[in-house]
Design a protein around this ligand. Structure first.
Ligand code: SIN
Ligand code: CO
Length: 375
């Protein structure tokens, strides 16, 4: 990718929009509109069909799965089909995320692909996350505004701004990319049939984190400990939670969040599950560590389940690797090697028994497949 990552992070990331002409000059989309429509007919895929224009304010929104008839009956213009998590449904697309690996993997969410007919748009809106909008096919006009009225169009099934005045606009051609930090209003309209591939970041809210932390503590036998008040005095005023009690309740809460070790393990477990609809399921038959070792020696490749989010934290020189909320203690070398690519190349000569056990456990919980197929 034609991008100086350090410069981009210093100047633009989370700060201001950045237009990257020919960010991916040789870019050839591996999917086309028909492939996307096929995916949008599947139960597992999260898809939306948006029709309407900003001028007419006649927006409509339908959620998938769709059927072939829906696509056969679409008008010639002013509609967009959007599908989330496409890189998880179609694993070879994970390769596309490789140029974005300068952003920590846990901070990226998914690849959403939209196919738009001429005039297709989802209306002017803001997003809560950073997004890289890669023009994959056809030309699209993007207008943006940093300063704008945030009121939404009333009675509209989409989050569309009521009014929008562009501050800047560009026509993006295939290979061009527009980066937008959260909160910048944007309005894209297809000038001809084409696709926009959105690489979206994720950022948990405090509510997400606190809710997740509460659920995580609830799984511990003592639920994180309970409020106690051995020095209780007779209630002075009916119904009141007095200052001493407020202090005690607050202290219980603060002590949980202040326990760094607990908190860090929760955060890693949480980020390995965050916004994940389809967690991998164990395979029909479990493998023994010896069988895994034998397969790897015979040239089998490990392939990460595209729905697996792998994250790790370092604790005292070793790693705790999380997959779907479950911890696996291993060396930092193994954790990093397993996370490097969707088909990690783990040389068998370096593989000690402890590492082999971790890989076996990840295979037996469905996070890695062992097979001859490569992505
Ligand atoms: C689109 O691809 O149509 C919309 C992408 C976005 O605005 O985030
Ligand atoms: Co957007």
């Amino acid at each position: 990718m034609n991008l100086d990552s350090q410069h981009f992070l210093d100047e633009y990331w989370q700060k201001k929009p950045c237009l990257l002409r020919q960010a991916l000059p040789e870019f050839e989309p591996m999917l086309d509109g028909d492939d996307l429509a096929g995916l949008a007919c599947e139960d597992m895929a999260e898809s939306r069909l948006v029709t309407g224009t900003f001028e007419a304010a006649d927006w409509s929104l339908e959620h998938g799965p769709f059927d072939e008839e829906t696509f056969a009956n679409l008008p010639g213009e002013n509609w967009t089909l959007l599908v989330q998590d496409v890189e998880k449904h179609y694993a070879p697309l994970q390769e596309l995320l490789q140029p974005f690996s300068f952003i920590p993997a846990w901070r990226l969410d998914d690849l959403m692909i939209s196919y738009a007919a001429t005039g297709g748009s989802v209306g002017p809106h803001t997003d809560q996350y950073d997004v890289f909008l890669l023009q994959a096919a056809g030309r699209r006009r993007w207008q943006i505004a940093r300063d704008c009225d945030r009121d939404l169009l009333p009675d509209c099934p989409l989050n569309v701004l009521r009014s929008f005045t562009a501050e800047q606009e560009w026509v993006l051609e295939p290979g061009d990319m527009l980066y937008l930090p959260p909160g910048v209003a944007h309005h894209g309209v297809a000038l001809e049939p084409g696709m926009t591939w959105s690489i979206g970041a994720r950022a948990p809210s405090a509510a997400d984190l606190l809710q997740g932390f509460g659920e995580w503590l609830a799984f511990h036998p003592d639920e994180g400990g309970r409020y106690s008040d051995a020095a209780l005095k007779p209630a002075a005023r009916a119904g009141e939670i007095d200052q001493l009690a407020l202090q005690g309740l607050g202290e219980l809460l603060r002590s949980k969040v202040a326990d760094r070790q607990t908190l860090h393990h929760f955060l890693a477990a949480f980020m390995s599950r965050f916004r994940l609809a389809n967690e991998p399921a164990p395979p029909a038959a479990a493998m023994l560590a010896d069988e895994v070792a034998g397969a790897l020696k015979n040239g089998a490749t490990l392939m990460r389940n595209p729905w697996t989010r792998l994250v790790w934290i370092e604790t005292a020189g070793t790693a705790r690797l999380y997959a779907a909320g479950q911890p696996h203690d291993c060396s930092t070398w193994l954790a990093e090697s397993l996370c490097k690519s969707i088909c990690p190349n783990i040389g068998t000569d370096k593989l000690d028994q402890a590492s082999l056990e971790v890989i076996t456990s990840l295979v037996n919980s469905g996070h890695f497949l062992l097979g001859p197929d490569t992505v």
